[in-house]
Write a protein that binds this ligand. Structure first.
Ligand SMILES: CC(C)(COP(=O)(O)OP(=O)(O)OC[C@H]1O[C@@H](n2cnc3c(N)ncnc32)[C@H](O)[C@@H]1OP(=O)(O)O)[C@@H](O)C(=O)NCCC(=O)NCCS
Length: 150
């Protein structure tokens, strides 16, 4: 597997849409339509990033400006088969760099309370659980609100 480097991460382009939709729907339990991902891509285009390995998009991160100084991670996923190789980290690091560049002071995100892998990953990036959001997902499951300072 190609070593994860910052150079693999670039901004999302419209031509990435189908791949991003496929990765989102195979990685997460919510259902994401093309329209929804396109809508999300307009939230904060500079911070919608994809990771490219051997010419193929294998992961992405997207966020929004929740407030003037707080960013929010909306979606993060790496294709199964490419996980645990540092690609998620490459996406997260670039996202945080863009947050700093945009004078964000903190970042928040929601994650399913049973998503142990993602929770461990986020804790590794200094996110802490600040709240539990009941019935957050369409299947009525709960989310943790996680947060960190930039
Ligand atoms: C969460 C997710 C994005 C992480 O992506 P990833 O590419 O696997 O992340 P990384 O490889 O950078 O890091 C994962 C682990 O591998 C380790 N790792 C990082 N680089 C590594 C490398 N070069 N070699 C071996 N291990 C490595 C990290 O230390 C980390 O360990 P930890 O989880 O014990 O902290 C991925 O698991 C995923 O897509 N999950 C499904 C979708 C999902 O749940 N998204 C979050 C919704 S809120």
């Amino acid at each position: 597997m190609q070593k994860a480097t910052p150079g693999m991460v670039r901004q999302f382009r419209d031509e990435d849409l189908d791949t991003v939709v496929r990765i989102a729907n195979s990685s997460m339990t919510e259902y994401y339509t093309r329209n929804l991902i396109m809508e999300i891509s307009r939230e904060w285009p500079e911070a919608f990033l994809v990771c490219v390995v051997n010419g193929n998009v294998i992961g992405f991160i997207t966020g929004s400006k929740y407030t003037r100084t707080e960013a929010r991670i909306l979606l993060l996923a790496v294709e199964d088969g490419f996980r645990n190789c540092g690609y998620g980290s490459a996406l997260m690091k670039e996202f945080l760099r863009i947050c700093r560049e945009n004078e964000m002071m903190s970042v928040r995100l929601e994650v399913k309370t049973d998503n142990d892998n993602a929770i461990r990953f986020y804790k590794g990036y200094k996110f802490v659980v600040t709240n539990t959001l009941s019935n957050y997902y369409s299947d009525s499951s709960d989310a943790y609100l996680m947060w960190r300072l930039i």
